[in-house]
Design a protein around this ligand. Structure first.
Ligand code: 6PG
Length: 254
C-alpha cells in the first residue's frame, strides 16, 4: 500500500516482519555496497528489532553469509543514558542479538558512549563521531544510507518523545533529550540527520501500537503529539513494516 512518499506492508506477525525486514536489509545492503563500497545504517533500539538482528546473525536462509558485514558501518539512532553492559542499553541488545555473532570489524561499530555521566557530553561526542565519519561540512548533514526505527505506543520514535525538546532541534545532529516520564536523559539522533537518510524502515508490532499508528499514518499532522510523523526523509523513502495487530485500526480502503 502506497502512502504519500512511504510504503506500508502489513504482515501476519513479528516473525514475518523480521524475515521481510532481513530480506530487505540484505537486498539493500548488497545494492548500496555494490554501488558505493559501503553501507551506513543507524540501528533502532527497543525490543521489536531483536528478531531482525538475531535473524541476520543466523544461518537461516544464509543471512549470515549473505550480509556484506565488513562493508557495513553501524550507528545507533538513540541510546539510553546507561553503560554499554546495562540491561537497558541498546548497544548491549544489538551486541547480544547480532554483533557478537557476525564478522563485523570493530572499527565499523560506532556506539553512543552513553556511560558518560554527562549526557550532553555523550551527545556531543557522538555528534563528533558522525561529523568525522561523514566528513560533513557545516552546510552538509550526515547522510545515512539506512535508518531502522521503531515506534512507541505514544508515537515516539528513536528518543524523540512527545513534548520533548529534541523534536524541535534543527541544528545539532545528536542531543541529550530529557524524558520526564522516564526521569532520565536519552541520547538521540535528531530530525536533520534522520530526515537526511536515504531509506527509513519502521518496524512496528503489537496491538498497543495500533492507535498511535492510525494517528501517525492517517491522522491529522500533530508532530508534537506523534513525533513519528516528523520522519519525512527529504530525498529518501520510508517503508513501514507493521503486523496485523498494530494495523488493526488503519482504514484500508484499497
Ligand atoms: C528505544 C527505541 C525506541 C523504540 C520504541 C519501540 O531506545 O527503545 O529507540 O524508539 O524503537 O520505543 O520499542 P519496542 O520495539 O520495544 O516496542
Amino acid at each position: 500500500m502506497q502512502l504519500d512518499k512511504a510504503e506500508l506492508q502489513i504482515l501476519g506477525n513479528a516473525e514475518e516482519i523480521a524475515r521481510v525486514a532481513a530480506d530487505e536489509f540484505v537486498r539493500y545492503a548488497l545494492e548500496v555496497v555494490g554501488m558505493r563500497g559501503l553501507l551506513t545504517v543507524a540501528l533502532s533500539g527497543g525490543s521489536t528489532p531483536i528478531k531482525l538482528y538475531s535473524l541476520l546473525a543466523s544461518g537461516a536462509d544464509s543471512f549470515l553469509t549473505r550480509v556484506p558485514w565488513d562493508k557495513i558501518h553501524f550507528f545507533w539512532g538513540d541510546e539510553r543514558h546507561v553503560p554499554p553492559d546495562h540491561s537497558d542499553s541498546n548497544y548491549r541488545m544489538v551486541y547480544e542479538a547480532m554483533l557478537s555473532k557476525v564478522p563485523v570489524p570493530l572499527e565499523n561499530v560506532h556506539r553512543i558512549k552513553a556511560e558518560n555521566p554527562d549526557a550532553g557530553k555523550a551527545a556531543g561526542d557522538y555528534e563528533r563521531v558522525l561529523y568525522e565519519f561523514f566528513q560533513s561540512v557545516t552546510i552538509q548533514l550526515p547522510h545515512l544510507d539506512l535508518v531502522l526505527l521503531g515506534m512507541g505506543p505514544d508515537g515516539h520514535t528513536a528518543s524523540l518523545f512527545p513534548g520533548t525538546n529534541a523534536i524541535l532541534e534543527q541544528k545539532h545532529y545528536v542531543v541529550a533529550n530529557w524524558v520526564q516520564k522516564f526521569n532520565t536523559y536519552r541520547i538521540t539522533l535528531t530530525l536533520p540527520v534522520l530526515n537526511n537518510a536515504a531509506y527509513v524502515i519502521f518496524l512496528v508490532t503489537g496491538e498497543e501500537k495500533a492507535e498511535a499508528l492510525r494517528f501517525v499514518l492517517q491522522g491529522k499532522y500533530q508532530p508534537e503529539r506523534f513525533p513519528a510523523q516528523l520522519i519525512r526523509p527529504i530525498n529518501g523513502s520510508i517503508l513501514w513494516l507493521v503486523d496485523q495487530a498494530a494495523a488493526r485500526l488503519l482504514e484500508l480502503n484499497g
